[in-house]
Write a protein that binds this ligand. Structure first.
Ligand SMILES: Nc1nc2c(c(=O)[nH]1)N[C@H]1C(S)=C(S)[C@@H](COP(=O)(O)OP(=O)(O)OC[C@H]3O[C@@H](n4cnc5c(=O)[nH]c(N)nc54)[C@H](O)[C@@H]3O)O[C@H]1N2
Ligand SMILES: Nc1nc2c(c(=O)[nH]1)N[C@H]1C(S)=C(S)[C@@H](COP(=O)(O)OP(=O)(O)OC[C@H]3O[C@@H](n4cnc5c(=O)[nH]c(N)nc54)[C@H](O)[C@@H]3O)O[C@H]1N2
Ligand code: SF4
Ligand SMILES: [Mo]
Length: 751
């Protein structure tokens, strides 16, 4: 008998796993967080900033902008979440005092945790750590520019940048223009560690690298398949859309080895009476695969659809290529292999497939659980194949949606910050610069570290971020950065990288204004392809000596390139930068008028409501997706006779932003501090441990001692720890297609 909607029982109801944390996601703690931040002395300033017309700093869901601080791009209000408040509060910290670094040696600074480093306050004046010295010292901007210019006068292939996705489109555009004009493509970016697999996979299949779905379109969906995302923590306002979807009778299928409580039930402050306290149901069905095995679930879904004659063959014939091979492959893959690979029963996969086949408009959305795998790109192929086989791409209310990370990480990609220079951009930049550009790929984030480790990099400019702590294998990252002569950090707040990621000859930390402080307007792009205009603002750091990122890059570029081929100093006026963006960046034509109209816009050519894609033939290029071979080493492989080996997922707690820790506990998962490992109770028993026991966790690169076991709602064979601390454990294993590190399946021995 075909399962009906009411038959759909999440796995947890059959096999309850302990939830030691909160009983719902969101809920009152969110309100407490709002209150605790807004009732501080900085409260009034915080409120003012919330109403400032600029996009939220935190995630790429893209709340804020010209329609007011609390609205999304559809003008819906109450869309600002506590994570946004957390990010603003950190930026509103008092400035670090001018003599602070005189009294703290680098050795002392290296003892700080991520949280302590962030709490030092805002960076307010430029400092340098010179060869052989153990104290950062204050330096003038004149000396900064002289030193950075000298460092940039090395051979272009030995100079590189790394960037993080919080800066503006304008800064991103200028950064890549400056580096490309030098003749290099050494533009590593945090997206190389994040959604690069999504860009590569979507480009291969559809000829476009970003979400094919708009927020408006998401509102028309009747089913969302949410894969490898902890949206309650990392994209909280997406939860409102899931609540509304369930309210209109829609289905939410969640795929995640961890039963994140907020993906089961979430209390949203946007619906104070109906949702906040009781919580709203989120998942209709919850599948818990082995880490790194999602692809098998999708092949299983395809197999079920084929067996029942539910595949839309006419759609495949009309709008796709290579579909026969994909169908042959699904038919030829046995259920035994599928179930063995993913650890989810055939019955549950069939339930998911049945729900999918009965839905009319499905959005498939995913985040790091999918991309940070050895087979991240292939897993996205399998998701795309499933969407195509059910006719769920290229129509309103359906499609593929990578849920992006940093608030402007996607804008960095659009502005051409990538180690690979795409053909379209190459043409338009060559026209602008009046000469041909180097097409040899530069360093992505991982190859940058390897190149530096091999002594091939002299100068590194970091526009935001924390390249050191974001990387796998912190020992290698530290050594590699230590092989670079000059490391320059443009940052708003101190982080671990500033104290551990030190250059061989000199390290400079240069304080910059953030998005709501810049003296000029800037723009940013949300993960839903919507461009925001950010108003100019003022900093509270009245005694500080900060620059805007645009000012710094244009001044440096002027020193390196003179007044050719563009007038770099004139580009300090961001209106002029936007004119260049309008001329050169595909889909960004409307930015040319944004200063007059203030009209925020959806980038053209990105949202697909008809099944004609950006490939040469206009058809989607379906790809085969072999099942991954997932085995774990044994304790003996670690040279041990006792203990248990698990597939460790390393990611974010509920109270951190990437490498920056805001609070230590993760109460939603019942993890009281950062040095915990979340494990399945059966695995704990099998390993001969008890809940709360202190253990050692050993990876292939290093170990962490005194780690507390927390029994939680994670599937057997898998475990979860927090980064950046966990990044000492593993060497960098990367997906060969996207070079994204496999942070979500790290074999470790627990003993
Ligand atoms: N508050 C806050 N917001 C953020 C960030 C932050 O740090 N804090 N970071 C921003 C950035 S840069 C990013 S990229 C995003 C990250 O957003 P997410 O991708 O949601 O974050 P992660 O914590 O890395 O992990 C996501 C989920 O993947 C699951 N997972 C792990 N392995 C697998 C697997 O093999 N299969 C499946 N299906 N699931 C798996 C984990 O259990 C976890 O629930 O958030 C952005 N927003
Ligand atoms: N084990 C493991 N490792 C991971 C991940 C994981 O899930 N597991 N996730 C990966 C992912 S998805 C990402 S995106 C990376 C994150 O990598 P990064 O983006 O490199 O790191 P962040 O921690 O976001 O960087 C924080 C710093 O950015 C600076 N900053 C903030 N705002 C601004 C601004 O407006 N301008 C400038 N110039 N600086 C600013 C502040 O100084 C702050 O300390 O980590 C990756 N590493
Ligand atoms: S969901 Fe993301 S963009 Fe929206 S307010 Fe929260 S952190 Fe900001
Ligand atoms: Mo990210």
């Amino acid at each position: 008998m075909e399962p009906t909607h009411s038959d759909v029982q999440p796995e947890l109801e059959r096999e309850p796993l302990p939830h030691l944390g909160h009983s719902i996601g969101g809920g009152l703690p969110v309100i407490e967080q709002w209150v605790s931040h807004t009732l501080t002395p900085e409260g009034p300033h915080l409120w003012k900033t919330l109403f400032h017309k600029s996009a939220c700093l935190s995630c790429a869901w893209g709340t804020g902008g010209q329609k007011g601080g609390f609205s999304n791009e559809l003008g819906e209000t109450l869309q600002r979440c506590a994570k946004s408040v957390e990010a603003i509060a950190a930026e509103l910290q008092p400035g670090i005092k001018s003599h602070f670094f005189d009294h703290r040696s680098i050795g002392e600074l290296q003892q700080l945790t991520s949280l302590e480093a962030d709490r030092l306050g805002r960076l307010s004046f430029p400092v340098i750590l010179r060869t052989g010295q153990s104290y950062y010292e204050r330096i003038s901007w004149a000396e900064v520019y002289d030193r950075v210019e000298t460092a940039f006068r090395r051979p272009a292939e030995r100079v590189a940048s790394y960037s993080s996705g919080r800066s503006s489109n304008e800064a991103a555009f200028l950064l890549q223009l400056m580096i490309r004009a030098m003749g290099s493509n050494n533009l590593a970016d945090c997206s190389d560690l994040c959604h690069r697999a999504s860009s590569v996979a979507l480009k291969t299949v559809f000829g476009t690298g970003t979400s094919l779905v708009s927020l408006e379109s998401l509102h028309q969906a009747d089913c969302v398949v949410l894969i490898g995302s902890n949206a309650p923590a990392n994209h909280p306002r997406l939860m409102n859309d899931l609540i509304k979807l369930r309210d209109r009778g829609g289905t939410v299928i969640v795929i995640n080895p961890v039963q994140e409580i907020g993906l089961i039930k979430f209390g949203s402050p946007a619906f104070p009476l109906k949702s906040l306290l009781p919580g709203s149901d989120i998942s209709s069905l919850f599948l818990q695969p082995h880490p790194g095995s999602d692809l098998a679930i999708f092949v299983g879904i395809q197999k079920f659809l084929l067996e029942r004659g539910l595949v839309q063959i006419d759609f495949l014939k009309a709008y796709t290529e290579n579909w026969e091979a994909v169908i042959r492959q699904a038919n030829a893959t046995s259920w035994e292999d599928i179930v063995e690979t993913c650890g989810v029963s055939q019955e549950e996969i069939e339930l998911a497939a049945a729900l999918i086949s009965r839905s009319q408009r499905i959005v498939f959305a995913w985040a790091m659980g999918v991309t940070q795998q050895l087979n991240g790109v292939e897993t996205i192929f399998s998701i795309a194949n499933t969407a195509l086989m059910t006719g769920n791409v290229g129509k309103v209310g359906a499609g593929l949606m990578p849920i992006r990370g940093h608030s402007n990480v996607q804008g960095f990609g659009s502005m051409g910050v990538s180690n690979v220079l795409g053909q379209e951009l190459q043409k338009s930049l060559e026209k602008l610069l009046g000469r041909s550009l180097n097409r040899v790929p530069g360093y992505d984030a991982r190859s940058l570290i390897d190149a530096a480790d091999a002594g091939k990099v002299d100068t590194l400019l970091c526009l935001g971020g924390n390249l050191y702590a974001a990387n796998p294998d912190l020992t290698q990252a530290k050594r590699a950065l230590g092989n670079i002569d000059t490391v320059i950090y443009l940052s708003t707040k101190p982080n671990l990288g500033h104290f551990h990621g030190l250059g061989r000859q000199e390290t400079l930390i240069l304080p910059v204004l953030n998005r709501f402080e810049n003296p000029h307007k800037t723009t940013t792009e949300s993960g839903n392809n919507f461009v925001r205009l950010n108003d100019e603002g003022k900093t509270h750091l009245t005694e500080g000596d900060l620059v805007s990122e645009v000012e710094f890059i244009t001044e440096l570029a002027h020193r390196i390139h003179g007044d050719t081929p563009v007038n770099w100093r004139r580009l300090q006026d961001t209106r002029y930068v936007r004119q260049l963006i309008a001329q050169t960046i595909p889909g960004y034509e409307k930015i040319g008028q944004i200063d007059e109209t203030e009209a925020e816009f959806t980038i053209s050519g990105r949202i697909f409501t008809t099944p004609r894609f950006n490939t040469p033939s206009g058809k989607a290029q379906m790809q085969k997706t072999p099942l991954p071979q997932l085995t774990l080493p044994t304790p003996a492989d670690f040279g041990a006779s006792k203990g248990i080996v698990v597939a460790l997922m390393t990611g974010r707690s509920y109270t951190q932003h990437n490498t920056v820790v805001y609070r230590t506990a993760d109460k939603y998962r019942g993890m009281p501090h950062r040095h915990c490992i979340l494990m399945n109770p059966e695995d704990v028993r099998e390993g001969g441990f008890v809940d709360h026991q202190l253990v050692t966790v050993q990876g292939d690169a290093g170990k962490l001692e005194q780690i507390e076991i927390i029994c939680g709602a994670v599937r057997r064979g898998a475990a979860l720890m927090f980064y950046p601390e966990a990044n000492v454990l593993m060497t960098a294993q990367v997906d060969e297609r996207s070079r994204t590190p496999a942070y979500k399946r790290v074999p470790v021995l627990v003993y």
